[in-house]
Design a protein around this ligand. Structure first.
Ligand code: ZN
Length: 249
């Protein structure tokens, strides 16, 4: 991943380039202000126009999800304006920008360059424990004959294992990882754990058949980098949300 710094904002983009594919993880300067964190609130037109002025996308091409920390995967097959409930979305359509709102959760984008399919996945610990990334890959296979080994995955800035302390109740949701679980949860003296949320998602992607060298991960931690990102854990009710999107042209 590359961090591109501009005078009044910055963004992260994958190092792997594909013609006609746009993938951006935007800094908080282009995010949604605090006080608008509720996942069911739609971003203001002003915020979207700002993005439109810096990036090759117009506001009519932007699609947001009403994110609910579940495992529903939406298959978007028309350009009608919609605001579906779900935490993942896939589409074969060009000029449809799939957006994610995150403030510590893991934003994940998928691309099948053979069948030209894109996907976006919002993975907090709940969605991750429901293996939402695997479910998105399965939907791409089901609807578009995508082969997992063709997929590229881009994992954006999110809270790192340096800062993501969880209690045993969260840890207990990840018994499906088997022996691998210990690689993603560092146990502390007080019986809490430091959790590697993006690492688990990369692992779930690999287990679903995505090649290791097709997975790009931003190591930037949202909590550790207040100058770049909102962090729900750090900012509490003052947190806004960071935006990211993927689009085919
Ligand atoms: Zn950190």
């Amino acid at each position: 991943m590359e961090l591109i710094k501009k005078p009044d904002y910055c963004y992260i983009k994958p190092s792997t380039h594909f013609d006609g594919l746009e993938v951006y993880f935007l800094s908080k300067h282009l995010g949604i202000d605090s006080g608008n964190l509720e996942f069911d609130s739609y971003p203001s037109l002003k915020a979207l126009q700002k993005i439109s002025s810096y990036f090759p996308i117009n506001t009519k091409e932007m699609v947001f999800l009403k994110q609910i920390h579940g495992d529903e995967v939406i298959n978007k097959t028309n350009k009608k304006k919609s605001y579906p409930s779900g935490d993942a979305i896939i589409t074969p359509l060009k000029h449809i920008g799939l957006f994610l709102k995150t403030a510590d959760c893991v934003p994940i984008f998928l691309f099948d360059p053979i069948n030209k399919i894109i996907g976006a996945v919002h993975a907090g610990w709940r969605g991750t424990s429901l293996k939402i990334l695997k479910k998105a890959i399965q939907k791409m296979e089901h609807y578009y004959k995508t082969k997992p080994e063709d997929i590229y995955i881009f994992i954006g800035p999110s809270i790192g294992a340096c800062c993501y302390q969880v209690k045993e109740d969260v840890y207990n949701h990840f018994s499906f990882l088997g022996k691998e679980r210990q690689n993603f949860f560092a146990r502390r003296k007080d019986r809490s754990y430091m959790m590697d949320l993006r690492g688990i998602n990369a692992y779930i992607g690999e287990k679903a058949g995505v090649l290791t060298d097709h997975i790009e991960i931003s190591e930037l931690c949202t909590f550790c980098n207040p100058e770049f990102f909102y962090s729900y854990r750090r900012d509490k009710e003052k947190a806004g949300s960071n935006l990211s999107f993927i689009m085919m042209k």
